[in-house]
Design a protein around this ligand. Structure first.
Ligand SMILES: C[S@@+](CC[C@H](N)C(=O)[O-])C[C@H]1O[C@@H](n2cnc3c(N)ncnc32)[C@H](O)[C@@H]1O
Length: 189
């Protein structure tokens, strides 16, 4: 984990905070997650937390547009002693890859990719969840800008809209945890 964080710093990637990671690990364990999908592999920090909570034969499918980030993540997973079969790293943009994943079979989907694409990712991510599956969105407070209506930059507007769509969706039961940069959790009913 320390190595993955160090690589993140070298590559200029922002990994999830330890608080968010610990929450995701407990969540993955509580729901006995076997199939998890993630947008934004980074150097593997979030993946390591998730895999730590998933059932022993659970598989993490993780997407990133940057091959160098996924190389670092692959090394981190291997250094952690994880069997290759437990991780499926897919290179590409989330909007291209998410539609190719199977519908309705994932226990947990984590969005931690490009905030500007957040709303488009949302619809595709919800499609992947089984009934009772959980959507998690890291960075839902987006540097505390989401709650400030004066902030109108593209990323903030997109993350604010994602939060609104999740709250307004009758099929999602959601809560926002003020951990790290904000962790939005929503159960697909
Ligand atoms: C905040 S970092 C993810 C950190 C990672 N979850 C962790 O905790 O280690 C965001 C990642 O999303 C990737 N990314 C950016 N735009 C993307 C896109 N359109 N599709 C997939 N991945 C994307 C970046 O390359 C970067 O690795």
């Amino acid at each position: 984990m320390a190595e993955a964080r160090a690589r993140a710093e070298e590559l200029g990637v922002a990994p999830i905070s330890a608080g968010v990671g610990a929450t995701l690990r407990v969540l993955a364990s509580a729901i006995r997650a076997k199939a998890v999908a993630e947008v934004g592999t980074g150097t593997g920090v979030s993946g390591l937390w998730l895999l730590g909570g998933m059932v022993p034969d659970g598989v993490l499918t993780t997407i990133d547009i940057e091959p160098e980030h996924q190389r670092a993540a692959r090394e981190a997973f291997s250094a952690a002693g994880l069997r290759p079969a437990r991780t499926r790293l897919i290179g590409g943009g989330a909007l291209d890859v998410l539609p190719r994943l199977a519908d309705g079979v994932y226990d947990l989907v984590l969005l931690d990719g490009d905030p500007a694409e957040a709303v488009d990712d949302l619809a595709l991510a919800v499609r992947l969840l089984r009934p009772g599956g959980v959507l998690a969105v890291n960075g839902a407070l987006w540097h505390d800008r989401v709650a400030d209506p004066a902030r109108r930059d593209e990323d903030t507007v997109a993350v604010r809209e994602l939060g609104k769509q999740v709250r307004d969706d009758e099929n999602l039961l959601s809560t926002l945890l003020p951990s790290g940069d904000g962790l939005l959790l929503a159960v697909h009913r």
